[in-house]
Design a protein around this ligand. Structure first.
Ligand SMILES: Cc1cc2nc3c(=O)[nH]c(=O)nc-3n(C[C@H](O)[C@H](O)[C@H](O)COP(=O)(O)OP(=O)(O)OC[C@H]3O[C@@H](n4cnc5c(N)ncnc54)[C@H](O)[C@@H]3O)c2cc1C
Length: 380
């Protein structure tokens, strides 16, 4: 059977690895991605705050070597879910079964003034460029702001203000600086009251300003103010934005997209097209856009494929659970265990923050790189 996996992020890598492990070269898996390599979202923060060098957090796809797996580096230009065929800059590819794991594209240019007057920390290029910007920052008004919903890893803006606090303290610049966080929610992590309470306490202890229930709609470069959806203005010297997210254009232009994202059966991750699945950020499955959820969904698709090919195997279905690690700064990490089941309010308790969980988060990164790339790696 020929399996076409579109996108080698959290979801695509997990799926390709699971299939290689289960079937070896009995299956013909083609994994396509336009990028040079994989970067964890949390590694973007490590590079921004000079804990890691860019080369240390990029995992080149050229290193992928698994039985039955072929990696092709190219850009996908159209998707035909009926024929399970894609056109790419390297020619067409066709499968008997197709899995779309193309993530969300980021659009800093969609927010007026963001590119001219601010910066964004969600793309690899944006986060890596911020390493020098932050290192040269002389102190002043720092604003971290979200420009639209949905956005990946909803805890990341809260983590960023806490890490920024540590950075400024470490450089003796905290006294001449302020830090503000503009968020679209009423609390930092709506599905987890415990995590939100812990974050509120951390913000209060550190004097971080919390500006809830608004989005940053534009930056005014001349006045250096962020304009918010509720009519308020927030002045800044350094603006770190979460840019507008959209499904990749190739997905939006395909028949798979409905209202901008790909709807799937939340239990099986099947799309409305036979033998076409979709996982992760590119879907509207109802879980947050985060790697742990993409990975969990990919594992379910791997089990669905295994059950189709091996009658002895029973397919698992997706249960909407995921663990999010939450940086509190000062080397302390908390853990939020959250469940999103359709039709029910999501719930999530929090453990920590503690140094033990910091070690657990490191192991999370190490184990993924070992499984996907067959080599050791240690995050910061
Ligand atoms: C600052 C930050 C911190 C984060 N921290 C965490 C965290 O601690 N835990 C967590 O779980 N998540 C975290 N995330 C979120 C996480 O990175 C994403 O949710 C996750 O990567 C989504 O996985 P995915 O497989 O759905 O898509 P992606 O990992 O985005 O993969 C999609 C792939 O598709 C490729 N692609 C797209 N279009 C095309 C095309 N036309 N042709 C070819 N290839 C294409 C892309 O190059 C990409 O490699 C963080 C994100 C950010 C920005």
């Amino acid at each position: 059977m020929r399996i076409l996996v579109l996108g080698a992020g959290f979801g695509g890598l997990e799926l390709a690895s699971s299939l290689a492990e289960a079937f070896g070269d009995e299956l013909d898996v083609t994994l396509i991605d336009k990028g040079e390599g994989f970067v964890f979202g949390f590694s973007k923060l490590d590079v921004m705050f000079s804990k890691r060098l860019p080369d240390e957090v990029l995992h080149p796809y050229a290193d992928l070597a698994k039985p039955g797996l072929r990696f092709v580096r190219t850009t996908i230009t159209s998707i035909d879910p009926v024929a399970k065929r894609v056109e790419t800059e390297a020619g067409p590819f066709e499968g008997d079964l197709m899995v779309v794991a193309l993530g969300a594209d980021l659009h800093p240019e969609a927010t007026p003034g963001l590119v001219e007057a601010g910066a964004e920390f969600y793309t690899v290029a944006g986060a890596f460029a911020l390493r020098d910007t932050i290192a040269a920052f002389p102190g002043g008004r720092v604003v971290v702001g979200v420009t639209s919903t949905p956005f990946k890893c909803p805890p990341a803006p809260s983590e960023t203000v806490l890490l920024m606090h540590d950075w400024l303290v470490g450089r003796g610049l905290r006294d001449v600086s302020s830090i503000s966080l503009v968020m679209p929610f009423g609390v930092p992590i709506p599905p987890s009251p415990d995590a939100s309470t812990a974050l509120f306490a951390a913000f209060a202890e550190r004097g971080i300003e919390w500006l809830p229930e608004r989005l940053v709609t534009a930056l005014e470069p001349d006045r250096r103010v962020a304009l918010c959806s509720d009519g308020s203005e927030v002045p800044f010297d350094l603006f770190l934005g979460v840019p507008v997210h959209r499904a990749p254009r190739v997905v939006q232009e395909s028949p798979l997209a409905v209202d901008g994202w790909i709807p799937v059966d939340p239990r099986t991750l099947e799309t409305s097209f036979p033998d076409v699945y979709a996982v992760g950020d590119v879907t509207s499955v109802g879980t947050p856009k985060a790697g742990v959820f993409s990975e969990g969904q990919a594992a379910v698709v791997a089990s669905q494929i295994t059950a189709r090919l091996r009658s002895s195997s029973t397919p698992t279905t997706y249960d909407g659970t995921g663990i999010c690690y939450l940086e509190f700064g000062d080397e302390q990490v908390g853990k939020v265990n959250v469940t999103f089941l359709s039709g029910q309010a999501p719930v999530g308790g929090m453990e920590g923050p503690s140094m033990d969980i910091t070690g657990e988060k490191r192991e999370f990164g190490t184990s993924r790189i070992q499984r996907w790339f067959d080599r050791p790696w240690a995050p910061s």
